[in-house]
Design a protein around this ligand. Structure first.
Ligand code: ATP
Ligand code: MG
Ligand code: MG
Length: 377
């Protein structure tokens, strides 16, 4: 079809819309504000509550294919979309991705390695979990967490009482993994069942928020192959159509799945400059039934750092308010992405910088230096 629907108005929807427009598609964005990042670049927008059936109908009627940029979409909204146009990923995939317990159980049932976990409901159940897995225990709300929200690190039996148990209905406990590295992989699967993985990304988090991604990941090639195999098993096992990112902990030479996200992912942003096809174009291709693009790295190395709201004390991160921009962009191989968000807040993702270079160390140094220049001005 010629008109693509995007549920969600954030930066992932924005970069998808830009990629889709480049390929000649019209993009209709369903979002809650006409100023949302994706709304600013869409061909057309439908503004309203995503759980309002009339709004959903008004949106879906205009679309030939529908996709999304975040997984926490009400099942009724997805069903409402699917009444009018093929909607990917499916309601079944979303149901799994929306609930950490169902997610980890489904992956375990597929025979894939996941962080040791269990359902918990109170301090006593955490203590029972710790008898088997030890402290610290990471307690997470089963639903709607992101950027580390809804996560509590329980170091001791007494601390199990400090979890705000009343703030959510469903919880899981996970063993705290003393990982050597965090890595992630994106895999696309199209309507014909063709799959394609991106190169493995290496991720560093600060305050539970992704700070830096580098590629190639500095891991043994056997680890990368194993990540690719797991990714394809996830995509096939869930019968996914679209794009999914698998986040891993790497300990020694064993990979463990932390979580999955059936959409473009922050760690994949460097694919725009560094891969034969970007994650956003790959999403377009997957949901439209086109052949998937070649994902190989087209430079020796690449790195991405996020630009959080912390950089802008008091204002809009418009391009002309980015202090130090000229110094920052003067270095070769640096690319700037700003998402058009008004209102910089601490921890809010406002944009990112990507560097491509001859090798990954040079790229990581260049991109961090470019960010420093923005900061120091
Ligand atoms: P997002 O969806 O934004 O990636 P999230 O809120 O869903 O984040 P997770 O990915 O589960 O959260 O966790 C965020 C980070 O916290 C992880 O990338 C990792 O650094 C750390 N973390 C989470 N669970 C564990 C664990 N069981 N052991 C060790 N570290 C963990
Ligand atoms: Mg998550
Ligand atoms: Mg995560």
């Amino acid at each position: 079809g010629a008109t693509l629907g995007m549920v969600g108005g954030g930066q992932l929807g924005r970069m998808f819309a830009i990629a889709a427009a480049q390929m000649g598609y019209r993009v209709v964005v369903l979002c809650d504000s006409d100023d949302a990042p994706a709304a600013q670049v869409a061909t057309q927008i439908v503004v309203g509550a995503i759980d309002d059936p009339d709004v959903v109908k008004r949106f879906a009627q205009q679309c030939d294919v529908i996709t999304l940029e975040f997984e926490n979409i009400p099942a009724d909204t997805i069903a409402g979309c699917a009444d009018f146009a093929p909607t990917y990923p499916s309601a079944d995939v979303l149901r799994v991705a929306q609930d950490r317990w169902l997610e980890k159980s489904s992956l375990r049932d597929l025979g894939l390695p996941v962080t040791p976990f269990d359902q918990v409901s109170d301090a006593d159940s955490v203590r029972r979990f710790a008898e088997h897995h030890g402290y610290p225990v990471i307690v997470k709300t089963a639903r709607s967490g992101y950027d580390g929200k809804g996560q509590y690190r329980v170091e001791s039996s007494q601390q199990a009482d400090d979890v705000p148990w009343g703030s959510a209905d469903q919880w899981i406990a996970e063993q705290c993994i003393r990982f050597d590295k965090e890595v992630s992989i994106l895999v696309a699967r199209n309507v014909h069942g063709q799959t394609s993985t991106f190169p493995l990304f290496e991720n560093d988090h600060v305050n539970h928020i992704l700070d830096q991604t580098t590629c190639p990941a500095s891991v043994d090639p056997a680890i990368e192959s194993s990540a690719r195999e797991i990714a394809m098993a996830v995509a096939d096992g869930l019968d996914l159509i679209g794009l999914i990112c698998i986040e891993f902990f790497l300990m020694g030479d064993s990979l463990m799945i932390n979580e999955i996200a059936p959409r473009p992912h922050n760690s994949g942003h460097l694919s725009i400059e560094a891969c034969g096809v970007s994650q956003f174009e790959q999403q377009v291709r997957a949901v439209c039934g086109l052949p998937l693009g070649n994902t190989r790295l087209v430079s020796g190395g690449a790195a991405m750092v996020n630009l959080l709201g912390d950089l802008w004390q008091d204002g809009d991160p418009a391009w002309d308010r980015v202090f130090g921009l000229e110094d920052s962009l003067a270095a070769s191989g640096i690319r700037l992405h700003l998402y058009g968000k008004a209102g910089a807040k601490v921890g809010r993702k406002m944009g990112h910088l990507t560097a491509v270079a001859d090798d990954v160390v040079a790229a990581a140094n260049a991109v961090r230096e470019a960010r420093e220049r923005l900061r120091s001005s």
